[in-house]
Design a protein around this ligand. Structure first.
Ligand code: ATR
Length: 279
């Protein structure tokens, strides 16, 4: 059986490493591949997942929202967010799922325990940010400021998710992030700023001077393990959560949808951590 990750540039994705380790650990005859495509090839690639040898796929930047229009049905959190990070073949149908939400929830719970997330700030308003906002709302967020370079996208996110989140969502332009951070307990970077090998490699989306002890600063960027934002947060005395736990947890949830088996999480964490140490 075949399975893979769909995105535009995947040379540095470590999903194949920990997914193949999981297939091997459970003796499942499947391979997880890198399926890079330009936008023109996306529809054909997604349609090919209806073939009987396909288990499904993960979807990453920049196609999570485009793929929502290409599957036969949207399930659960994919329907709520309009973003698909997981495709599952069921017979001749392909379903869109979103395991980023539960992935971030589990990663956050690993740090917060049962403590509520409280007042939150999310930077970014793309597909990843949609998942993060929904996850925070389920982890006891009281209100969430959604800060984005393009304010229209932040407004659309807040309008679309207000009902599902069930708490106040406030759109703000990026230059007002300082004001939003004054009362924040949890801050999340849900942009690609700081991602290794990307256009904003080496940059932080938030000025380190705005971070304080007592905050929990999270980055969904998993590579590098310590992003410029997390380095600034540690220097400011804040607690930090890197992107690796979310990456492995969303992958574990995808694995369970494809195989119907419990994901071997410790195998997946070990493989991911080893891959990052060697990156
Ligand atoms: P994803 O599916 O990973 O969320 P996306 O939909 O392309 O990907 O969204 C990327 C997010 O990162 C957006 O919020 C984007 O801001 P814009 O909506 O203004 O484009 C944000 N982003 C990317 N590069 C950025 C930069 N250099 N500075 C600030 N925000 C940036």
């Amino acid at each position: 059986m075949r399975c893979g990750i769909i995105g535009r540039t995947l040379a540095h994705s470590i999903s194949p490493v920990f997914q193949n380790a999981a297939f091997e650990a459970l003796g499942i005859d499947a391979r997880y591949e890198r399926w890079e495509t330009e936008p023109e090839g996306l529809a054909d690639l997604v349609a090919s997942l209806r073939d009987p040898d396909a288990l499904g796929a993960n979807v990453t930047v920049p196609y999570k929202e485009d793929v929502a229009a290409l599957v036969d049905a949207l399930q659960g959190d994919a329907a709520l967010t309009g973003a698909v990070n997981t495709i599952v073949r069921r017979g001749e149908q392909i379903e869109g799922h979103n395991t980023d939400v539960v992935g971030f929830q589990r990663a956050l719970a690993g740090v917060l325990g049962d403590a509520p997330a409280g007042r939150c700030v999310v930077v970014g308003a793309g597909g990843a940010a949609r998942g993060v906002v929904l996850a925070l709302s389920r982890c006891g967020a009281k209100e969430i400021a959604v800060v984005n370079r393009t304010i229209e996208r932040a407004i659309a996110l807040c309008d679309d998710l207000a009902r599902a989140a069930g708490i106040a969502l406030m759109p703000l332009p990026l230059d007002e992030v300082g004001r939003a951070l004054q009362a924040a307990q949890v801050v999340v970077n849900a942009t690609s700023v700081g991602m290794a090998h990307g256009p904003d490699d080496g940059r932080s989306p938030i000025d380190g001077a705005l971070l304080r002890p007592g905050m929990l600063v999270c980055d969904i960027v998993a590579n590098p393990v310590e992003t410029p934002l997390l380095r600034a947060a540690a220097k400011a005395g804040a607690r930090t959560l890197g992107g690796l736990p979310m990456l492995v947890e969303q992958g574990a949830a995808s694995f369970e949808l494809w195989t119907g088996r419990e994901a071997p999480r410790s195998v997946m964490y070990d493989a991911a951590e080893r891959a990052m140490a060697g990156a």
